[in-house]
Design a protein around this ligand. Sequence first.
Ligand code: ATP
Ligand code: MG
Length: 351
Amino acid sequence: ATQARSTLKVALLPADGIGREVIPAARAALEALGSDLPKLEFVDLLAGFELFTRTGTALPEETINALREQDCALFGAVSSPSKRVAGYSSPIVALRKELDLYANIRPVLSVSKDPTQKPYVDLVVVRENTECLYVKQEVSEMGEHGRVAKATRLITERASTRIGKMACEIALQRPRKHVTIIHKSNVLSVTDGLFRETVRRVPSLPEVNGKYDSIQIGEQIVDSAVYRLFREPQIFDVMVAPNLYGDILSDAAAALVGSLGLVPSVNAGDTFVMGEPVHGSAPDIAGKSIANPLASIRSAALMLRHLGYGKQAGRIESAVDEVIRDGTVLTPDLGGNSKTEEVTAEVLKRI
Ligand code: ATP
Ligand code: MG
């Protein structure tokens, strides 16, 4: 997170469906910041399921190589085929691996009509993105009483430490400075026990030099966390979770604020960050210019914040909040009748 750049190199990967309609909106929001950012250099890169059906590859070598030359990226969405397709695997999963994007960060924010009122939901889910059950080591064998299937769940001190540090970094930038560790160590005392203990210890690690002393760390068993998330979401600030709980929690939290078209995310590592709206390629509305661009625009802001441009991110975020609050120029998913381009123009005007 340094600001000493003369240029900011941004890769654009719209990929499939409405990704192609919302990524241009995110790009325009970055450009609207003008001289408040270093000179922007954009490069368009190919990826996605549609590319796979045409060329047999969903993530070309050239795309990966070009990405390594950039500071950051904006990813649109990738279609998931309804049944298994031979030779196809998700480019987003491969990208996370190639670029070591070990954290998935999703802020969930409700914007109230009254700007003096605090949002009802204002939390961030920080999801560990490389291990847990997602190591996909599953076996199925014939047992005495029929088939038996087993999966390996991997939790390491290294991955838990770095996700814990990421959660603390994010908490540090927020007024409440509170981190809740999500776990189930009453049942999974070895794996979730390690996650919980490791994250808890982060503020006292010698190498962090007391940087996180102002942060309050709490914890919550995952099932009761979901219950409380629905009953009193305002109690949460930063939630940090192993991969699977984080996956479920972040979708559940998104449901609290209405449309999928509003929720941004970034995939972050120590040297690269990629913004990505939480929604998918939405084939049902693709090509109609009615996709909500706000999740993508917010993803661009989040990417900037992660690169150390907090003030600039704030300018985009405030503009988005104003457009939502104003309520007259919105896409159909939010009850409006405006087009993608009209909503984008409204945000740009306010930036
Ligand atoms: P995919 O396989 O790519 O995930 P999907 O059919 O699951 O596609 P999603 O993109 O996950 O579709 O969207 C789920 C629903 O939410 C769809 O009905 C879609 O139209 C709607 N939706 C998603 N994103 C947006 C958006 N940006 N604006 C408006 N509606 C959206
Ligand atoms: Mg989907």
